[in-house]
Design a protein around this ligand. Structure first.
Ligand code: 25A
Ligand code: L14
Length: 340
């Protein structure tokens, strides 16, 4: 079997660390591996399969001989380094928003549009975390019933905003218990014992960029340019896993039983739906898992052909690292990447 030289840019970050774990767990055919991050992390040690590796600073030479580069170091780093990695012969799977809406760049969720990777010209974009879990749950329904409209409210974990945001929540909880105040370093407001209706930056139309990603990326991944999406993205004091209240309007009628049946057969979806027995997905239980969990499936009471549900997934795994590694696996499956 062929093996591949891999680089991870942003290896010290919340997503980068998860990528390393996921590569190990899935026994990805790695030959050589390089861990890249900013100068301030260069020299730190990272363990992979029990061996210790030094974190290296990013340089053009660092991509020499690399077959697949997994990027999760923010959009500006992606714009700077992806063209260089590609020029060195690597295929880049990029977790930032830098290239997602570029018509030349496939935006891929393996359960939904795996074939799109075949169009790649060196870069494949990994979608936004809230969008990934939503389309994994909705695409199987869309294929049978045609979704016209989606109304979604998210309850997003702090880990989505990175390692510093995780520390914000920890430090704020501690400070509050001691009657003190900890000033948030990464998030726009105090998150402990609070919720913040603000993720990424606001645009002139009153929506945040995070919300507009859910509109535009959903259409691109599902090849459904006419789907209407009404999003509200909210940060909650949860460490890992995003939750979503999703209401859809379908062209053809759908009952909750039909939806449960469709979703229980869908790839990457687990239905946990027995509310009278207190069975529904919750972030604390879903953290550490790779599937998308769906529960609270019920008829919408306010319009015809409406269905409501609750969708939870680990934002660092299916929302980022796992999806990126699955894209790398597709590259190998379709023989779209150099190896040796
Ligand atoms: O926060 P950054 O800048 O995006 O950094 C993420 C990774 O990129 C590296 C960084 O190395 C880390 O591994 N990196 C940063 N600047 C770099 C540079 N100039 C660079 N690599 C090369 N050249 P690090 O070792 O410096 O980071 C150590 C810790 O510090 C946090 N951090 C780094 N830069 C920061 C920062 N925190 C705040 N502001 C900055 N400017 C970093 O936290 C790391 O732990 P993190 O890794 O948890 O970063 C989260 C970033 O990832 C994005 N994100 C999270 N989930 C998703 C996602 N993006 C897309 N999809 C997701 N599902 C967050 O938006 C956040 O930007
Ligand atoms: O665009 O802060 O994929 O939770 C997703 C997580 C942007 C940041 C993206 C967060 C990121 C976001």
């Amino acid at each position: 079997m062929k093996s591949y030289n891999i680089a991870i840019l942003g290896a010290t970050g919340a997503v980068g660390q998860t990528m390393i774990k996921v590569l190990e767990e899935r026994d990805f055919p790695v030959d050589e591996i390089r861990f890249l991050a900013s100068e301030r992390s260069a020299g730190k040690e990272i363990e992979y399969y029990g061996l210790k590796y030094k974190v290296e600073p990013v340089t053009p030479e660092a991509f020499e001989g690399i077959d697949i580069a997994l990027f999760s170091a923010g959009g500006s780093r992606s714009k700077e380094w992806a063209p260089i990695a590609v020029q060195k012969g690597a295929v880049v799977v990029d977790n930032s928003s830098a290239f997602r809406m570029d018509p030349e760049v496939p935006l891929v969720v393996p359960e939904v549009n795996p074939e799109d990777v075949k169009q790649h010209k060196g870069i494949i974009a990994n979608p936004n975390c809230s969008t990934i879990q939503m389309v994994v749950a909705l695409n199987p329904i869309h294929r049978e019933k045609t979704i016209k409209r989606i109304i979604v409210s998210t309850y997003q974990a702090v880990s989505g905003a990175g390692a510093t945001a995780i520390q914000d929540l920890e430090q704020e909880i501690k400070a509050t218990m001691e009657g003190k105040f900890y000033y948030p370093q990464a998030l726009p407001a105090h998150i402990a014992f609070n919720v913040i209706p603000h993720i990424d930056v606001f645009e002139d139309n009153g929506y945040t960029k995070e919300e507009l990603k859910m509109v535009n990326e959903t259409r691109k991944i599902m090849h459904a340019p006419d789907i209407k999406v009404s999003p509200t993205c909210v940060r909650v004091p949860v460490y890992i896993s995003h939750s979503e209240s999703v209401v859809i309007e379908t062209e053809k009628p759908i009952t909750p039983e039909e939806a449960r049946d469709i979703l229980s057969k869908a790839e990457g979806v687990i239905v946990e739906d027995d509310p009278k027995a207190n069975v529904y997905p919750m972030p604390i239980d879903v953290a550490g898992k790779d599937d998308v969990f769906v529960g609270r499936i019920r008829e919408d009471l306010s319009f015809d052909n409406g269905l409501a549900m609750w969708v939870v997934a680990d934002n660092l795994r299916k929302g980022a690292a796992t999806n990126a590694v699955q894209i790398a696996e597709l590259l190998i499956k379709y023989d779209l990447v150099r190896g040796h």
